[in-house]
Every structure is written in structure tokens, then in C-alpha cells.
Design a protein around this ligand. Sequence first.
Ligand SMILES: NC(=O)c1ccc[n+]([C@@H]2O[C@H](COP(=O)([O-])OP(=O)(O)OC[C@H]3O[C@@H](n4cnc5c(N)ncnc54)[C@H](OP(=O)(O)O)[C@@H]3O)[C@@H](O)[C@H]2O)c1
Length: 323
Amino acid sequence: MKRVVVTEYGGPEVVEIQDAPEPEPGQGEVLVRVQAAGLNYADIMQREGYYLGGPKPPFGAGFEIAGTIEGIGEGVTEWREGDGVMGFCSNGFSELVTVPAANLLPKPDQVDFAQAAAIPVQYFTAYHALCTLANVSAGQVVLIHAAAGGLGTMLVQIAKLRNAVVIGTASSDEKCALIHELGCDYPINYLKTDFEAEAGSITGNEGCDLIVESVGGEVFDKSMRCMKTRGWMIVLGIASGQVRHVDTSHMLFHNLTVAGFHLMAYTQDKKAMEAGCADLQTWLGSGALKVIVGHTFPFEKTAEAQKQMAARQTSGKVVLTPA
Ligand SMILES: NC(=O)c1ccc[n+]([C@@H]2O[C@H](COP(=O)([O-])OP(=O)(O)OC[C@H]3O[C@@H](n4cnc5c(N)ncnc54)[C@H](OP(=O)(O)O)[C@@H]3O)[C@@H](O)[C@H]2O)c1
């Protein structure tokens, strides 16, 4: 079978498609035939070697899949062959992958496999950041960066489902049109309009209640100045690669909270995951939440898909599929 391997730290050229033996499910695992796998910005960070605690090359890339169960390991009682699933794994960009049974969720009926592959990382990150951690409420002003991306399109919709006022930044008018369609009240093309000044004018210079920051560098610095007194910022990414340090004096005198967020700490929280699954079912069932797959590439084009994502040329979720 084929799988995508990162052979060493580096640019897209270190990504290769290789032959590998078919895996067999061990104790507590199932074998999944992958129909679609989600590409994440973290795949690029892992390939470049700046993902804290990331795997050492050579490693099989991909950690989010949707597919069909083809084999059941010892001790697994909750799944059957033929079940449609989605979930978290290693070696996700493979035709077949073994996954701990507990890492999987049933594929919702309302979505196809490509959309299902867009749910585990992006939906649950957006859900837990906005609902479990920040508990966003009606009328709060939420500023979302990279709002047209895989994560951003989920954040915008969930913030609107919570009746927040949403300001979203993106790098093109097309991306702004997409987030506007998803309910974003104030889309800002940050290449044309200064988002700090615009957030000031939208909030009457009061600032935002919550900022979801995933870029780092200057975007982080400016975002700190867009926070309301007693406002919150959730830092969940550094797409620019530029790590920033917080000015504790500024934080203290303006009563600011800057919180870090990493999804893996929430996937172990059974109660929070159950709440996320219940809301997912309700929102998909009513059509209130749409899963936006912007691009699909075959596994062979993984390097190209990563190149386009890093160059800000993608919107919505990027999905990879076996041939
Ligand atoms: N902490 C967690 O658990 C967690 C989970 C999922 C994702 N994340 C983070 O959330 C962010 C979005 O992830 P994603 O997978 O959904 O990717 P994505 O948003 O689909 O793609 C990345 C987007 O980031 C924006 N961007 C801004 N500055 C950039 C730069 N210097 N280089 C590249 N892109 C830049 C671009 O949007 P514009 O063109 O509109 O600027 C680009 O389209 C990433 O930072 C990722 O690491 C964190």
C-alpha cells in the first residue's frame, strides 16, 4: 500500500510517497481504509521541524482521517467492519491505517468522507476554544484571524451559532466573501485595510472581548492592542513561525487574559468531547453548520497541497485522498 512519508526536516521536497506493508490492527486498534485525510497547518510545522514535540523523520505524515473499518483488533467491541468513521491517528496519509479504537467517532450521515476528514481537528479545535475554554456568549465581539481557513471557517460559524459579533481577517476579497457568506459580520481584507484600526472603529475603540490568534509575529502584537479591558486572547497557532513574548505589564494594567490552546488536551476530556459531539449532530442536522472543503488533492500531490497552504492560496479545508 502507499503512504506519504516526510523523509527529513525541510521544504515540500522532503515529502515522498512510498510503498509500505499493510498494517494489522493490534490490541485495542482497528484497521481503517482511508477515504480522505485532512491536511493541517501542523503538518507543515512538523515537516519543517518546529512543531513542539513533533515526530522525528522519517515519519508517516497525517493525523486526521475519515474512512471505513476493514479489520478489528483484539478487545475492540464498539466498532464493526464496514462502519464509517473519522478520527485522530498517525500515518493518516496512507491507504490503510491502524487507529486506537478510542480515537474514532462515527462519520455523521450528513457529510461525505472528504467533509468528515475536515471535522476532527478543525471542528473540535474551534468548538473547544470558543465553547469549552472561552464560553463565548451572545453579543461578545470576537476577532478571528485566518478566518477563511480550515479552522477559521469553523470558528466563524460556531461564534455566530453562539450569537457573537464576528470580525474576521483574511488575505483576499474572495476569502472575505466566503466568510461573509458563513455569517462573519465584519470581514477584513488585512492586505488592504489595517485590522487594528478597523477593529477599533467597529468597537468604538473599546476593543474586542475575544481574539483567536493563530498567526504570531506582528499579527499577535497588533491583536494585543485590539483587546478590551478584561478581554481574552486564545493563542492556538504560529503560522508565521514568529513566536512572541507577552508584555506582562500591559496584561496586568489592562486586565488581559492570554490563554494557550492545544486540541490534544481536550480530546482526553470525555465530558467536553461528548458536548462537542452532541452540538455537532444538532448543527449538522439542522444545516446550521457547513463543512467547507475548499481543495482536494491526491496523496501524490501532498507536497503541492502543503506549498499552496503555506503560500496562503487555500481557503476552507484542504483534503487529501488515496488514488
Ligand atoms: N492549537 C491547536 O490545537 C490547533 C488546531 C488546529 C489548527 N491550529 C492552528 O490554526 C491555524 C490554522 O490552521 P489550519 O490547518 O486551519 O490552516 P488554514 O487556516 O487552512 O491555513 C493557514 C492560513 O493562515 C493564514 N496565514 C496568516 N499568516 C500566514 C503566514 N505567515 N503563512 C501562512 N499562512 C498564514 C492564511 O490565511 P490568509 O490568507 O487569510 O492570511 C492561511 O490560509 C494554524 O496556525 C494552525 O497551526 C491549531
